[in-house]
Design a protein around this ligand. Structure first.
Ligand code: NAD
Ligand code: TYD
Length: 353
């Protein structure tokens, strides 16, 4: 492992991507200690990490990244060597309803962690790493042509992406101002097991399963660039170990799908797996009012990752989607737990009439 780090703090490790990163690190680095700091908001779920509970090199800490005193004490006590920061509010629709929650967690929470790292590491700052996980949404929206490069100017368009862009700026400012060793990576849309069913793919899997309408925003013409979550976790591990300090890495699968085409593919996959008549799930597609300020297209140019770090996605989209559907169909208890209680209220507010 990079610099023989002993104590690695991963924030947001009970969430979707974080849980896959925590699992990869705990299994790959038996001699290191992996700390998972997570507030367990609606999106955090310890059921994602059941298999790690008894691992000697894993520790879960429940806590809030925005709590200054708590974070300061935690860093002072545990003396982390490196931080991989994923904790965030992550859903665009929620950011439209409550932007301040996103500023609080994504901006203030990140700066709070940066301060704690800077203070703890001040005497040997160069030996450490603050690795910040971000999104391609900071670059804004593309028309039909072109890709996001690491050098593309930031142009965030939603409260979510504006809060992530702001946090990225703070991370880089801490390198420039205080010499904090930082790396930032910006990834495209992830999909796979354990994603909370508010995002397109797991929401639609759950609705198809339950014969509920599939609410496609606008005409379904928006384009997203999809990457299997485990390929993102592999990229994070590579960057953590071999990424150059101060650099930005764009991560994506060169896998663009128009929403409607993706939804139709998902319907076909689900019909087959559920033994339904071909074409039956497509009947559930319902066009609903478009998302406010809906970004038209995201597309990542991941050439730097591929050339510099020799990374490439391991799965074709059809294979990844099939594995994802299998996971949701096999993990009915997980799905039932996360869709009970407050989920119903959210769903009603977001999609009810
Ligand atoms: P998620 O919403 O599934 O998980 C976020 C986690 O952060 C949850 O476990 C939650 O409990 C935790 N959290 C939230 N507020 C917290 C706080 N104040 N203190 C401590 N923990 C807190 O998100 P995700 O989809 O796994 O995304 C993880 C990171 O990756 C985010 O930073 C996101 O911006 C970024 N990202 C996500 C995608 C994607 O497609 N999902 C793509 C690119 C980048
Ligand atoms: P989402 O999974 O929320 O990710 P993001 O907005 O961060 O890209 O949405 C993916 C795409 O699917 C996006 O263009 C919005 C669209 N979408 C729908 O059409 N209906 C829905 O119910 C949801 C949640 C998303």
């Amino acid at each position: 492992m990079r610099n023989n780090y002993q104590k690695i703090l991963i924030t947001g490790g009970a969430g979707f991507i974080g849980s896959h990163v925590v699992r990869l690190f705990v299994n790959k680095y038996p001699d290191g200690m992996i700390y998972n700091l997570d507030l367990l908001t609606y999106a955090g779920n310890l059921e994602n990490l059941r298999d790690l509970e008894n691992k000697p090199n894993y520790r879960f800490i429940k806590g809030d990244i925005t709590d200054q005193a708590f974070i300061h004490d935690l860093f002072t006590t545990e003396k982390f060597d490196a931080v991989v920061h994923l904790a965030a509010e992550s859903h665009v629709d929620r950011s439209i309803k409550d932007p301040l929650a996103f500023i609080n967690t994504n901006v203030l929470g990140t700066v709070n962690l940066l301060n704690a790292a800077k203070d703890l590491w001040q005497h040997n700052i160069g030996d450490h790493l603050f690795y910040h996980i971000s999104t391609d949404e900071v670059y804004g929206s593309l028309d039909e042509g072109g890709f996001f490069l690491e050098t593309t100017a930031y142009d965030p368009q939603s409260p979510y992406s504006a809060s992530k862009a702001s946090s990225d700026h703070f991370v880089r400012a801490y390198r420039n101002t205080y010499g904090l060793p930082v790396i930032v990576s910006n990834c495209s849309n992830n999909y796979g097991p354990n994603q909370f069913p508010e995002k397109l793919i797991p929401l639609f899997i759950n609705n198809i399963k339950n014969n509920q309408p599939l609410p496609v925003y606008g005409k379904g013409e928006n384009v997203r660039d999809w990457l299997y979550v485990i390929d993102h976790a592999r990229a994070i591990d590579l960057i953590f170990n071999e990424g150059r300090i101060g650099e930005t890495y764009n991560i994506g699968g060169f896998n663009e799908w128009k929403n409607l085409d993706l939804v139709k593919l998902l319907c076909r996959v689900m019909d087959e797996k559920l033994g339904r008549d071909p074409g039956s799930s497509e009947q559930l597609i319902t066009y609903v009012t478009d998302r406010a300020g809906h970004d038209l297209r995201y597309a990542i140019d991941a050439t730097k990752m591929m050339k510099e770090l020799n990374w490439k996605p391991s799965l074709q989209f059809e294979e990844g989607l099939s594995k994802t559907v299998d996971w949701y169909l096999a993990n009915t208890e997980w799905l039932e737990h996360v869709t009970s209680g407050s989920y119903q209220k959210y769903y009603q507010e977001q999609y009810g009439n």
